[in-house]
Design a protein around this ligand. Structure first.
Ligand SMILES: *[C@@H]1O[C@H](CO)[C@@H](O)[C@H](O)[C@H]1NC(C)=O
Ligand SMILES: *[C@@H]1O[C@H](CO)[C@@H](O)[C@H](O)[C@H]1NC(C)=O
Length: 416
């Protein structure tokens, strides 16, 4: 359980240097690892994620349906935030009310808990007090958002949003009045700020980045993520309005967005130790989503099960896949071929290490995520992938840029 003593310390270093708005991101243990540390994970998964069990026996069950109909609209969220680890700070209203949010390229809505929320999850988080804000406007519409591990309901509002030093006027957002599910109770973030395309938004009105563009706050209609997973608690930086050229080495591999909604691109092939293994059979390749709100690398269950076998990962009772830690340095390289550039991840890069009772456990960084058609099947390039590159999201040209990090030579470019 989160106690008052664990209130997040967030560093927000901000300001406009060369027209860039910088938001510091911090890395914290995920809900999953906190559940595991308190020996509650198994019970939680039984109660809240029955599809985890169907995934283990995927041949025996139809694919898990990660969506729900609400108000006639289909809301899909690729994955829950159980594994989310990278958070930053925003504030809403005047005077400012601070919230810690996941900056999520895999959704397009902004929501925070409402002061009227009585769910257990809300009790432990910062809640928006509309009555204390002089700039608040009531909207009255309701919204519902479904995530893999629960769904939340709320009412919509408009108010001033502050991100870094910038104030976005009249931003539409959701005030969650009902947040079921233990995953939000344990979450070290209050809400989510979606950075996907407006087509994906459940809340009608401009998503935050669209508001920033409309209100002429940015030099360029671009934002960029630098995510680092080096275990120090430092989590990286999100830049609005451009990119931080000191973080990466040119060239930038610009990949067209194939479908506006998610940041969706074409994945030409997945290789294991240099051998073509997935996605290469058709000229269309596969579709992939670049998703900062998903922690691992996701893919269709059938492919991921084979991939787990290739890396020698075995399932646990919880449906997670583990590898023997002594083998990590000798695991095969897994590469993603995107727009003629190969992004290679070594075992050290795709395995997640966690310490439990002084013992290290090594988890596979790959995970089955069945996204039903028409959106699926897709691969999901989550933080395990994104922490190896600098990623740029360009709404002007509708493209994603990937570049090699300047600090660490972790990605090998092989032109074919
Ligand atoms: C909100 O965060 C800012 C920046 O970290 C801080 O200066 C301010 O005191 C915080 N406000 C509240 C009400 O906690
Ligand atoms: C992690 O990254 C931060 C920022 O680049 C750096 O200050 C810190 O020394 C790094 N820690 C490790 C363990 O490499």
């Amino acid at each position: 359980m989160r106690s008052a003593g664990l209130i997040l310390i967030l560093v927000l270093h901000l300001g406009f240097s060369h027209g860039l708005l910088r938001v510091a991101l911090r890395q914290y243990p995920s809900v999953r690892s906190r559940l595991r540390a308190s020996a509650q994970l198994e019970e939680f998964l039984k109660q809240h994620q029955p599809d985890m069990f169907s995934r283990r026996y995927v041949q025996c069950f139809p694919p898990a349906q990660h969506f729900l109909r609400l108000g006639g609209r289909v809301t899909e969220r690729l994955y829950n935030f159980m594994d989310a680890q990278f958070f930053g700070q925003i504030s809403l209203g005047r005077p400012e009310q601070n919230f810690t949010v996941v900056f999520d390229t895999g959704s397009s809505d902004l929501w925070v808990p409402s002061s009227y929320c009585v769910s257990q999850a809300c009790a432990l988080h910062n809640k928006f007090k509309a009555f204390e804000s002089s700039t608040y406007t009531h909207d009255g519409r309701v919204f519902g958002i479904h995530y893999g591990s629960g769904h939340l309901l709320g009412v919509m509002a408009r108010d001033e949003l502050k991100v870094g030093s910038v104030r976005v006027q009249n931003q539409v957002f959701g005030e969650a009045v009902y947040e079921p599910g233990f995953s939000f109770v344990l979450a070290q973030f209050d809400g989510v700020l979606g950075l996907g395309f407006p087509q994906l938004a459940e809340e009608k009105g401009s998503p935050v980045f669209d508001s920033m563009m409309e209100q002429n706050m940015l030099d360029q209609p671009v934002f960029s993520f630098y995510l680092t997973n080096n275990g120090s608690g430092f989590g990286g930086e999100l830049v609005f309005g451009g990119m931080d050229e000191s973080r990466f080495l040119p060239p930038i591999n610009w990949i067209p967005v194939t479908q506006k909604g998610y940041w969706q691109i074409k994945l030409d092939a997945v290789k294991v130790q240099g051998a073509l293994s997935f996605c290469y059979r058709s000229v269309q390749g596969c579709q992939a989503i670049v998703d900062t709100g998903t922690s691992l690398i996701g893919g269709p269950a059938r492919d991921i099960l084979i991939l787990q076998q290739f890396i020698g990962a075995t399932p646990t009772a919880n449906g997670e896949f583990v590898v023997d830690c002594v083998r990590v340095s000798s695991l095969p390289v897994v590469s993603f071929l995107i727009n003629s550039v190969e992004y290679s991840l070594s075992g050290e890069q795709y395995v997640r290490r966690e310490t439990l009772n002084n013992k290290q456990i090594c988890f596979s960084g790959f995970q089955s995520i069945e996204v039903p058609s028409p959106a699926g099947p897709v691969w999901i390039l989550g933080d395990v992938f994104l922490s190896q590159v600098y990623s740029i999201y360009d709404r002007g040209e509708n493209r994603v840029g990937l570049a090699r990090l300047s600090g660490a030579p972790v990605e090998s470019d092989t032109h074919i």
